[in-house]
Design a protein around this ligand. Structure first.
Ligand SMILES: CC(C)(COP(=O)(O)OP(=O)(O)OC[C@H]1O[C@@H](n2cnc3c(N)ncnc32)[C@H](O)[C@@H]1OP(=O)(O)O)[C@@H](O)C(=O)NCCC(=O)NCCS
Length: 191
């Protein structure tokens, strides 16, 4: 991976001039979190995006919203150890990923991920996860973790392609009694 040294990208300066404070971890390294790929625009989520994130949840979970407005608000606005990155197509939010730094900064946990059904299969989720992996490597995190439903083989396949491995089963982790699997990706530090 290319070594990136500069502190604070112009992207983040741009956010600041609009009165938006990037999460504090993002101020440490120069990673192009805001960028375009295959016609999709990727950027940090703001509070005003939460309604769109709820619509994506309803779409992919058949009307359910496992995360409420307050959950998203906490991780996007209040918790300085967390942030969301979103994917936009023609100005509309079509996907998101959330992450939180845990254990006094040692590792990062992927908290949430979804892409509107109509826009799945375009590698939007892969790009979102890949970007987080790059960022967390640059920040010197030791590993990334996540939990995923045991029967969600599509998401598991995506995570495996990104280098995550299953390390344990979490029996009856979900409210409906479903099991989760715990996946971990060890990070190599190249900076
Ligand atoms: C899981 C989810 C986020 C994937 O989003 P996505 O944008 O469609 O993901 P991607 O396009 O990056 O990858 C999915 C497909 O693209 C293809 N693909 C992705 N990366 C690829 C690669 N490097 N090479 C070849 N094909 C690839 C695959 O065909 C894959 O389909 P498959 O999983 O059926 O094999 C989406 O299905 C979703 O929102 N699901 C509901 C919510 C959910 O389950 N979230 C995860 C909770 S832990």
């Amino acid at each position: 991976m290319k070594k990136l040294k500069t502190l604070l990208t112009t992207t983040f300066k741009g956010f600041k001039s609009k009165g938006f404070n990037p999460r504090r971890y993002l101020e440490m390294v120069d990673v192009e979190l805001e960028h375009d790929k295959d016609g999709v625009h990727y950027r940090l989520a703001e509070r005003s995006d939460i309604v769109a994130l709820l619509a994506i949840e309803r779409d992919v979970y058949n009307g359910d919203i496992p995360w409420t407005f307050s959950h998203f608000e906490h991780e996007i606005v209040k918790n300085n150890d967390a942030f969301f990155v979103i994917a936009e197509l023609s100005g509309s939010v079509v996907g998101f990923v959330g992450t939180r730094i845990n254990h006094h900064g040692a590792d990062a946990h992927i908290t949430n991920l979804a892409v509107f059904k109509a826009f799945q299969g375009r590698q939007i989720a892969s790009t979102l996860i890949g970007q987080l992996v790059q960022l967390m490597s640059l920040l010197g995190k030791s590993e990334m973790t996540l939990e995923v439903r045991r029967d969600n083989t599509k998401a598991q396949g995506l995570y495996r392609r990104q280098g995550f491995e299953t390390t344990k089963i979490l029996p009856q982790y979900y409210e409906d009694g479903g099991d989760a699997i715990w996946m971990v990706k060890k990070l190599r530090h190249e900076n």
